[in-house]
Write a protein that binds this ligand. Structure first.
Ligand code: N01
Length: 547
């Protein structure tokens, strides 16, 4: 007799970036039959796909790494404050090897569709190669920044040179020497690659639609003393980060700017500027709430642009005025502004020089023609929802996630979605996610999911899903917290504003990592309040029972 469920796994994790790698280990250790599937041929997620010159993480490497294992922490030595892509990729691979995960990862497997069978209470996943994989639960570790944004720019299809998207950078070295290179986009990606491209190309043309606010990285090698300090104080430092607003050990100022004397405000900004990294944004606790505070910091940063760029006209073009600082992700740069002092760099500011079209061998604007051999799109991502909606997620009862999210994403805590049972999302919309140290957040989410699976183990029930009412209340709260800030004042990817036709809605939860993690803990402790187990709320039945 054959068992029709012999291929049914307990859990399938989609994606093996930081989240999938930890999740596979965590859920396997909890005793579940689990595999991970991965579209690439190695682990790493965004650190596997992105490999453009200059790519580094803008969170200190000692913090942008796993916290769950002292062994990993002690055996790996980060070389620099801001680790380069290759080192982060090697670290994730090191973790996967150390934890012996590869035997449970199916590489080169892209999931195209996922269907929940409401009667059987399990998921069927279709791969692009036509294979079907089945599991009781599915965990979407698909990443917030993984689907490239490929804007429809007039004439792009006519371009005859080499076209490269930053997210799909070729594995082999891209030789730019002697070439006319153009970059479209000046977000974190553009800002990181532009100084290096300028050094290699014959001429570099930068096409800027909106200037970014940038702070200097001041990257440096880690000293042995620093590494040793972290090893000795690892647990306490991680705990402190976890209890902070962003999950990162910034020096968080405790006061609003108005409570500080003007000369001290500037002195503190200067001190933070010299220290490097995003710390300059954390001096006042009301940067994202108070217009005057925001202007103070914005002016300070614009002044630094004027200092760095020789030509005042170019400096002016590089200054952002159209949104408050921090409402678009601030870029961490190395020599970005100074690059515009080079003779072989041109800035096309689309605010003052309208783009007409891309042509076979260059870019035509109202002001002239820029010859281009290699055109680089540093145009970002369909963030937070792109990778989830790239998979056709449905239920046998006829629900489709693409339809349900037609007006923007709806989740409960970013972890569950009403109407889509037995599916968990990692760092989904409605969680701190991209507004936090992602490694810390993916570990939290995977721990929460593994504990939840453990709670459900052995219970006789078909489904676990978010209660639509709890979801609505949570999304209202997420909106309300964002509305109390300046964050909705920018056309940012946080709001989906970078993708044509995407519903605009502020997606991350900005109430703080500390607040969010406590909320998740309380919900779990209260019988997974706001989730339905077999269609009923354990939290409610416990209350009724007590009554
Ligand atoms: O993407 P972006 P990114 N015509 O969306 C422009 C993380 N990250 O890849 O601002 C002309 O920020 C667009 O212009 P505008 C980090 O969280 C981290 O740079 O929309 N231009 C913008 O200038 C980051 O925030 C690291 O007006 C067009 C640029 O392209 C996130 O990833 C490194 C255009 C896109 O900027 C995304 O960063 C890299 C068009 N049609 C990334 N469409 C680190 O850890 C778009 N643009 C350091």
């Amino acid at each position: 007799m054959t068992d029709e469920n012999s291929d049914l796994l307990d859990v399938i994790i989609i994606g093996t970036g930081f989240a999938g790698v930890y999740g596979l280990h965590r859920i396997r250790e909890a005793g579940f039959r689990v595999i991970a599937v991965e579209a690439g041929d190695d682990v790493g997620g965004c650190w596997y796909w992105n490999r453009y010159p200059g790519l580094r993480c803008d969170v200190d490497s000692l913090e942008y790494s796993y916290a769950f294992s002292e062994e990993l922490q002690n055996e790996w030595r980060w070389s620099e404050r801001y680790a380069p892509q290759s080192e982060i990729q090697s670290y994730i691979a090191f973790a996967a090897d150390k934890l012996d995960l590869r035997k449970d990862i199916q590489f080169n497997t892209r999931i195209s569709a996922a269907t929940y069978n409401n009667d059987a209470g399990n998921w069927s996943l279709e791969t692009e190669a036509g294979e079907t994989l089945r599991a009781r639960y599915v965990v979407m570790a698909t990443g917030c920044l993984s689907v490239p944004n490929k804007p429809d720019i007039p004439g792009l299809d006519d371009f005859g040179g080499q076209l490269v998207h930053s997210v799909q950078w070729p594995k082999e070295k891209l030789d730019l020497s002697g070439k006319n290179v153009a970059v479209i986009g000046t977000g974190s990606t553009g800002v990181q690659m532009i100084p290096l491209l300028a050094k290699e190309a014959k001429h570099l043309t930068v096409v800027q639609r909106t200037p970014a606010f940038c702070v200097p990285a001041r990257n440096q090698q880690w000293s042995d003393e620093r590494i040793e300090f972290w090893r000795q104080n690892f647990r306490e430092l991680r705990e402190t980060a976890r209890n902070s607003r962003a999950g990162v050990l910034h020096e968080y100022g405790l006061l609003p700017a108005a409570a500080i004397r003007p000369e001290d405000q500037i002195a503190d900004l200067e001190r933070r500027w010299i220290k490097g990294g995003p710390n300059v944004l954390y001096g006042f606790n009301d940067l994202l709430m108070n217009h005057d505070t925001n202007e103070l910091v914005s002016d300070f940063l614009r002044g630094k642009i004027a200092d760095a760029v020789d030509d005042p006209e170019i400096a002016k073009k590089l200054m952002p005025y159209e949104y408050p600082v921090g409402t678009k992700r601030v870029c961490v740069d190395t020599g970005y502004y100074e690059t515009y002092n080079r003779d072989n760099v041109s800035l096309v500011d689309l605010r003052s020089e309208k783009l007409q079209q891309i042509e076979k061998d260059g870019i035509r604007t109202e002001e002239g023609f820029y010859p281009v051999d290699v055109l680089i799109m540093a145009t970002g991502y369909d963030a937070m929802t792109g990778a989830l909606l790239a998979i056709d997620i449905r239920t046998s009862e006829g629900k489709s996630l693409r339809t349900e999210w037609g007006k923007g994403p709806q989740t409960y805590l970013g972890l569950g979605i009403a109407g889509f049972p037995n599916m968990f999302v990692v760092t989904g919309p409605g969680s701190p996610s991209v507004f936090s140290n992602m490694v810390l957040s993916v570990e939290h989410d995977m721990d929460w999911i593994a504990n939840c699976l453990d709670h459900l183990r052995g219970k006789d029930f078909p489904s676990f899903e978010a209660d639509p009412n709890a979801q609505e209340a949570w999304m209202d709260h997420v909106d309300e917290v964002a509305r109390g800030t300046l964050l909705n004042r920018a056309a940012s990817w946080y709001r989906g504003a970078n993708i044509e036709g995407k519903p605009q809605k502020f997606m991350p939860y900005v109430g703080g990592v500390n607040t969010y993690q406590k909320k998740c803990r309380d919900i779990a402790d209260n019988g997974y309040e706001g989730f339905l187990i077999g269609g009923v709320s354990e939290a409610t039945s416990a209350e009724q029972g007590a009554g």
